[in-house]
Write a protein that binds this ligand. Structure first.
Ligand SMILES: *Cc1c(COP(=O)(O)O)cnc(C)c1O
Length: 429
């Protein structure tokens, strides 16, 4: 094999990957597809350039157009999230979290967090960003019935330990966080209120989830590629306690945790924000309708969908206990053989130290919605999941039905140039 063969092999594998996703039902709750305009910008020369600092205060030459793009992207984010405090430079959600943690805390401080098994992200764990900053995470009591933080017990905890930072937001995010209900305790404790909206940013922007900046959060961090259907990147939004807090955050972003900030994905983010201003509300609306319908249908078919007493979900995400069907790992692997792509997930009552053998699967409706699926397709998807996970039909046979369904949904919606195939591989040479 020559070096060129290896290069071509990598391209072939990437093409195969595109084909795989073009023939699959994508249900990973943290993924999405780009609009054609956003995708085009990823290939622009911006992706080869450097910009450090802020527009007008750069360290390199050549940023004449970059500055204008960054200013416009920032303005669009201000408009979409209705705040004057925006930093669009973090290059991922975790990177945004690093900046927040570094800005607002010192080693030894206490941070309150949702338990990992109840859906928190690894960056909030002892072995993640929070732990690497030397913080001591203390978990809120979590109620499995309502799939949310227990307000009474959490208020007592916050008043007792007065955390430097109270962190909210999850990777399994079924219901809005009771920020208003916790606000008295948070004010008494004088905590920084930090909302990690990585998963639900597109729903917040679409005015269909909650409005953390108006419910007591001082800062929101997030990924820009989950329910906000943009490039893989991060963002920080503020309603800071004081100007000093926001300055600390911006300094923590640069030069704290980034130098260059990947200008092609920034431009793609700008386009995504403009498209979300135009289509975000109807998109978020349909995402949540689809999640509710899929949850209801899975429940009707006999699956144990969490949050039954509270309507299963108010977001893009559904959590299903598949212990009786062989556990999360087995079910997720069998579904993959049928081209239904989702992930195993810990449930609140699982042993947190055994993330490789959880009882649950997590399902997200944001990508299938983005390509135009509605409630009737959710019913079909539930049926296909049942055939594999419950009826134990041969996944390879079910795969043909999956491909058939997917073939009818090969164009991106909720953007300025609809019906572009997001799974198409674009060849340059
Ligand atoms: C996905 C996620 C992140 C991290 O985002 P990346 O962009 O993958 O780094 C942070 N917090 C939560 C709650 C998440 O779900």
């Amino acid at each position: 094999m020559t070096n060129k063969d290896d290069a071509i092999r990598i391209r072939e594998l990437a093409k195969q990957h595109n084909i795989l996703f073009g023939e699959s039902i994508p249900l990973i709750a943290s993924e999405n597809v780009l609009s054609p305009l956003a995708k085009e910008l990823l290939l622009s020369d911006l992706g080869s350039r450097y910009a450090e600092g802020l527009p007008g205060k750069r360290y390199y030459q050549g940023n004449f157009y970059v500055d204008q793009i960054e200013i416009l992207t920032t303005e669009l984010a201000k408009k979409l999230f209705r705040t004057d405090y925006v930093d669009v430079r973090p290059i991922s959600g975790t990177n945004a979290n690093q900046a927040v943690v570094f800005a607002l805390s010192h080693p030894g401080d206490i941070i309150t967090t949702v338990p990992l098994a109840s859906g928190a992200h690894i960056s909030s764990a002892k072995f993640g960003t929070v732990g690497f900053r030397g913080l001591n995470p203390v978990n809120y009591p979590f109620d499995v019935e309502t799939m949310n933080i227990d307000v009474d017990l959490a208020s007592k905890l916050i008043r007792l330990i007065k955390p430097k930072i109270a962190l909210f937001g999850q990777s399994v995010f079924l219901f809005p966080t009771p920020l208003r209900e916790l606000s008295d305790a948070l004010q008494e404790a004088d905590s920084y209120v930090w909302y990690d909206g990585a998963h639900v940013l597109g729903l917040i922007a679409g005015k269909r989830f909650q409005d953390p900046l108006r419910e007591g959060a001082h800062v929101i961090s997030g990924s820009t590629h989950k329910t906000l259907p943009g490039p893989q990147r991060g963002i920080i939004l503020g309603n800071p306690k004081d100007e000093e807090m926001w300055e600390k955050i911006q300094r923590a972003v640069f030069p704290g945790v980034i130098s260059n900030h990947h200008l092609n994905t920034m431009a793609a983010l700008g386009v995504t924000l403009a498209e979300h201003l135009e289509f975000g509300e109807s998109y978020a609306d349909q995402v949540i309708r689809n999640a509710k319908r899929l949850a209801q249908e899975l429940h009707t078919l006999g699956f144990k969908v969490l949050g039954e007493k509270v309507g299963f979900t108010e977001s893009h995400t559904i959590l299903v206990d598949v212990k009786d069907q062989g556990g999360g790992r087995k079910v997720a692997e069998d579904l993959e053989k049928a081209n239904i792509i989702l992930n195993m997930n810990l449930l609140p009552y699982d042993d947190q130290s055994k993330p490789r053998n959880p009882s649950g699967i997590r399902i997200g409706t944001q990508e299938v919605t983005r390509i135009g699926m509605k409630e009737s397709e959710m019913v079909e998807i539930a049926g296909l999941i049942k055939e594999v996970a419950m009826d134990k039909k041969d996944p390879v046979k079910v795969k043909e039905k999956v491909k058939e369904l997917k073939r009818q949904f090969m164009g991106v919606k909720y953007c300025f140039h609809e019906n572009f195939d997001p799974y198409r591989y674009i060849e340059l040479v």
